[in-house]
Ligand binder design. Structure first.
Ligand SMILES: Cc1ncc(COP(=O)(O)O)c(C=O)c1O
Length: 401
């Protein structure tokens, strides 16, 4: 079988993405550019909603069915057998809160997390800490077996029983990856609930191993290629009976009859967390993003982005004065690095001048992060090289350290 060099070919799908007129978009780890077939459907939903009469009760059933289509496609894409275990949310932050507070871990039980978590996870964990749960923070490092060893030690040595382990499946700082199934088995052994933040995993790497966790959070707006406002929480079906988030809302969207009493009248069915007046077109368009992905062979986009990242990492290790935080052998599309002698803000300002869209990573790394996606071509690598040549002088470019 011919091996496709994803860094050389101009991908067939490239014209589906907006042309940024010379700007190199290397920030899929924050938000993806949405391919035009998906964007057209998304805008058409809004337009249709308005044209048909936005609040016309006749249309609600249609919107609901379309959202169920998103749920079913998402379950299929993830390899989830029961779509009922998927709760759609508007952000990963919402989903993390629902997961964490739904477990109602025992008073005083400890929580383990890592030093590479997103503020969206750190904030609810801070609340747990403030309400009497000791938190221990272990190094995420490069993930893999070393992370597993550190986690095992932390679980064994915790002075109080560990109620929950909450960590990223893929680090947003470096693209490092943990062995989700091994981590889940370990947590199970110690009787701790495992929550995986898969915000960076979905569409960047196969996320299915993450389903071994008690709860898994994912989103559609990064490598999922869906419009902003799409995320979800998966709770393992056997855990659902013991998961009770302290939130209540009417989730049917439109009611012809209000309940006559408070005795079980308000809906408490399986979608009870998808309540309130929602932006239906947003969730509907996720279905189109999933269909767009499915129109290309499985893992095509993952391999393309990963190959570009790998090519950049290989180029960076050949340069002097570069600290590369993302491992060469990690198959993600994330490259984080720093340049000796300048801080991450200066490096960021410099990349901006070269029209390279990126993200700054603060403590503990103090780096910049470049994240590749399907909308990138090899010319992005040339542009990064040009930016670094201008910074370091061409004479250092290409030299072995
Ligand atoms: C690992 C991780 N967790 C959580 C979030 C927060 O996501 P949201 O803004 O959808 O709440 C992000 C966003 O970039 C992320 O990368």
């Amino acid at each position: 079988m011919a091996v496709v060099d994803h860094t050389q070919t101009s991908p067939a799908w490239i014209d589906d993405f907006p042309d940024l007129d010379g700007t190199h978009y290397l920030n899929v780890g924050t938000l993806a550019l949405v391919p035009s077939p998906v964007m057209q459907r998304y805008l058409a939903y809004f337009e249709e909603w308005n044209r048909l009469g936005a609040g016309d009760p006749l249309h609600y059933q249609g919107w609901r069915e379309r959202v169920e289509c998103t749920r079913t496609s998402l379950a299929e894409y993830c390899g989830i057998s029961s779509a009922d275990s998927l709760h759609l949310t508007s952000s990963v932050s919402d989903a993390l809160n629902l997961a964490i507070f739904g477990w109602q871990i025992a008073p005083g039980a400890a929580v383990i997390t890592s030093d590479q978590e997103h503020p969206a996870l750190v904030a609810p964990l801070t609340h747990l800490y403030q309400t009497g749960h000791p938190i221990s923070v272990i190094a995420y490092g490069s993930g893999g077996d070393a992370f597993l060893d550190r986690l095992q030690r932390a679980l064994e040595q915790s002075p109080t029983p560990v109620g929950m382990v909450a960590v990223s499946h893929v680090s947003h700082m470096t693209g490092a990856l943990i062995d989700a199934q091994a981590v889940a088995a370990l947590c199970d052994h110690f009787g701790a609930r495992l929550l995986l933040d898969g915000a960076q995993a979905f569409g960047q790497v196969p996320m299915k191993p993450g389903l071994a966790a008690d709860a898994y959070v994912l989103n559609g707006q990064k490598w999922g290629l869906a419009p902003v406002g799409n995320a979800a929480l998966y709770v393992r079906p056997d855990r659902l009976p013991t998961w009770n988030p302290p939130l209540h809302g009417p989730s049917d969207g439109f009611w012809t009859h209000y309940p006559q009493s408070l005795e079980g009248g308000w809906t408490a069915h399986r979608r009870r967390l998808e309540y309130g007046t929602r932006s239906w077109p947003t969730w509907m368009a996720w279905c189109d993003a999933l269909a767009y992905r499915a129109s290309w062979p499985p893992l095509t986009f993952e391999h393309h982005a990963s190959a570009l990242a790998r090519a950049l990492k290989q180029a960076l290790v050949r340069r002097s004065r570069i600290t590369l935080f993302s491992r060469l052998d990690t198959p993600t599309a994330t490259v984080s690095f720093a340049v000796e002698g300048i801080n991450n803000q200066q490096l960021s300002d410099h990349l901006r001048k070269f029209r390279i869209v990126h993200r700054i990573i603060g403590a503990p790394l103090h780096a910049v992060r470049l994240t590749f996606g399907p909308s990138n071509r090899a010319d992005a690598l040339t542009q990064v090289a040009a930016a670094l040549d201008a910074l370091q002088g061409t004479e250092t470019g290409g030299q072995e350290k």
